[in-house]
Design a protein around this ligand. Sequence first.
Ligand code: NAP
Length: 275
Amino acid sequence: MISGSTRLAGLVGYPARYSLSPQLHNAAYDAMGIEIAYLVLPVEPDSLRAAIEGIRTVDAIGLSVTVPHKHAVVSLLDDLDPPARQLDAVNCIHFVDGTAIGYNTDGDGFVRSLREANFEPNGADCVVVGAGGAARAVVEALGRAGAAHVRVLARNHDAAQRTARLAQGRGVVVENLDIGTPDLFVNATPLGMDGESLGTLPPAADRLTDKTTVADLVYSPLVTALLAHAAQLGCTTVGGTGMLLHQAAEQVRIWTGAEPPIDVMRTALERAMRS
Ligand code: NAP
């Protein structure tokens, strides 16, 4: 039910119409009995400043932020949560008493998805493949969660170094494909997504053994070539839908101050992915 007291929330991105976030968020507010309506708000890069300034004036509760605005939006906000400051990237804005506060929930969402699969990053030896936005969030969160080592393997050495520096002094760049037997192996590249790269394993994945928990941030297809390979080896596997679900749940937590209904959101996500 939308009434006069319903608050606006939404996703700013471009293009953004494909997003599953409205289904996830609206299912949560419905189940919680909270009057928030979450819409996709397509915003082209040149219009970002005007969009944020406009939304500030309409008593919205918050915004999710996606490609291409995660970095550009930082300079338009009043304050940043520590992970967002470290990453210089925001995927969630909370409007509180006239101020706009930026958060980044991707890393915490990823760590929650690991713990849901009974993997504890504290003390773990981790390998992360990739050095883009998602890899940076994962590396920062693994460092904050107490990982013993976060080893970054990426084809761009400078980006790998910048990413490794986010792991609270426990990040290093992997110089060759000899990764040994890490506790956790994470694909944070698009390798394995629908399309031409389907079937391609990320670098070093062919060296894994069943001692390693294998996580893929790619969530379409649900079972990537990497996850199929890891399952065949007998590894515990963690798919990308867990991070997708939990980064949204963290945003619900920030905006409402209440515990999100994870199972309701998971069902909504599964339904949206099937349709
Ligand atoms: P991004 O910023 O574009 O970074 C992509 C990274 O992958 C870069 O380091 C890039 O290296 C590397 N890469 C791309 N193609 C490669 C290849 N063929 N071989 C080796 N490395 C390659 O993208 P992102 O935002 O980090 O996203 C990465 C993946 O994570 C995407 O598939 C995205 O859908 C997924 N993701 C999932 C979630 C979730 O909730 N599950 C959240 C965020 C992202 P170069 O810089 O050298 O090109």
